[in-house]
Design a protein around this ligand. Structure first.
Ligand SMILES: [Zn+2]
Ligand SMILES: [Zn+2]
Length: 390
């Protein structure tokens, strides 16, 4: 049987944890209940060490194998799940729907946490490996860079982590399938903020004004040529201006306008190119129109780059769990993940586990599919047992 038999026994319990966490969603670093739930379970399982408070509310469990690793062999691998939910009003009508208005587990981090707990329980029970398995439960994946906060608090060095792996559920990928690719798998995400200071006045006297609405429109139009004419057509980039605020009356040319948007890229080179070109385009429009324009690009999560050797390893494990035909090579996604920081710190890989035909991530009708538990949990277990061979 490709999935681990014991996981089938543990399935009802893992599902119950998942649904408990689902009912109690918490945001960003404020995951106190979830972190306490995780730490309590890890202690119950008999983890050799349970550390709390890394990256404010992150939790780490250390599970030592039966044997110590031989010299030259891999000794310590890290497995990472995320614990935080989203500020979305749940619309699933599930009996175990969120009990907190305005918050829900719409990205499946409840499932990620439960699956890694299931693997921790099995690994602490059996310990059929040499070296240490480190289970990592991070806060604030959804925009708070919780992964970076845990690394800053010494995650990698304190536990001697040599390789690191992450998993996310994937709506649209069949249950019992995985998807992965070497190299960039998710995009860098940067915030774009543009403040335009024109010169307001009467709508009938435009020649006495600097029309901030027109300036904003010219910027938005000019930005389109960066992706179409500056970025190599074989590379990827997205520049989306999603907010344009200006004006309060139909007969007043407004003094100011605000534009906000997001930039997505898949390599550091394209990221830098896009950043530079936005600066030049904005400066050009400022010169052309006489408006004063402030540009602020805030760098967010870096590109999530899978390391080649660890991606091969994760692919082999996924094939063992799901079968050779059920591990797909995914194209990169233009969404972002703060697991990118962990892959900057250590070699490793990020893999998608099929969530079947569910609503999309961050949708009010989304739900983690409990049928994925067997596959995701088995993946974690086999990853440890095969890479830390006893
Ligand atoms: Zn998300
Ligand atoms: Zn997520």
């Amino acid at each position: 049987m490709p999935i681990v038999n014991r996981v089938a026994d543990l399935h009802p319990e893992i599902q119950a944890w998942r649904r408990d966490i689902h009912q109690h969603p918490e945001l960003l670093y404020d995951v106190h209940r979830t972190a306490a739930f995780v730490a309590d379970r890890l202690r119950e399982f008999g983890c050799d060490e349970v550390a709390t408070g890394l990256g404010k509310t992150g939790v780490v469990g250390v599970i030592r194998g039966k044997k110590s690793a031989k010299d030259g062999d891999l000794k310590v691998i890290g497995l990472r799940a995320d614990m935080d939910a989203l500020p979305i009003e749940e619309a699933t009508n599930l009996p175990y729907a969120s009990k907190t208005p305005g918050k829900m587990h719409a990205c499946g981090h409840d499932g990620h946490t439960a699956m890694l707990l299931g693997a921790a329980r099995y690994l602490a029970e059996t310990r059929n490996f040499a070296g240490n398995a480190i289970v990592i439960f991070q806060p604030a994946e959804e925009g708070g860079a919780g992964a970076a906060a845990m690394i800053k608090d010494g995650l990698m060095d304190r536990f001697g982590i040599e390789q690191i792996y992450g998993m996310h559920n994937g709506p649209g990928i069949p249950i019992g399938s995985f998807a992965i690719r070497p190299g960039p798998i998710m995009a860098a995400t940067d915030e774009l903020n543009i403040s335009i200071q024109g010169h307001g006045g009467h709508a009938s006297r435009p020649h006495k004004c600097i029309d901030s609405v027109l300036v904003g429109s010219q910027i938005i139009t000019a930005l389109q040529q960066i992706v179409s004419r500056n970025v190599d057509p074989l590379e990827s980039a997205v520049i989306s201006v999603c907010e344009f605020h200006a004006g309060t009356a139909r007969n007043v040319i407004p003094q100011t306008a605000e534009l906000r948007g997001t930039i997505r890229t898949l390599t550091p080179e394209v990221r830098a190119l896009v950043e530079r070109r936005i600066g030049e385009v904005v400066a050009g429009v400022a010169q052309m129109t006489g408006a004063k324009i402030d540009l602020d690009i805030k760098r967010g999560y870096p590109v999530t780059v899978n390391h080649v050797a660890q991606t091969e390893l994760a692919t082999d494990i996924a094939k063992e769990v799901a079968g050779n035909n059920n591990v797909l090579e995914t194209p990169p996604l233009m969404g972002a993940e703060d697991f990118s920081y962990m892959l900057e710190a250590r070699p490793g890989a990020f893999i998608f586990c099929g969530n079947g035909d569910s609503a999309g991530l961050h949708h009010p009708a989304y739900n983690f599919n409990d049928e994925a538990i067997l596959y995701g949990t088995s993946f974690w277990i086999k990853l440890v047992e095969n890479t830390l061979a006893a």
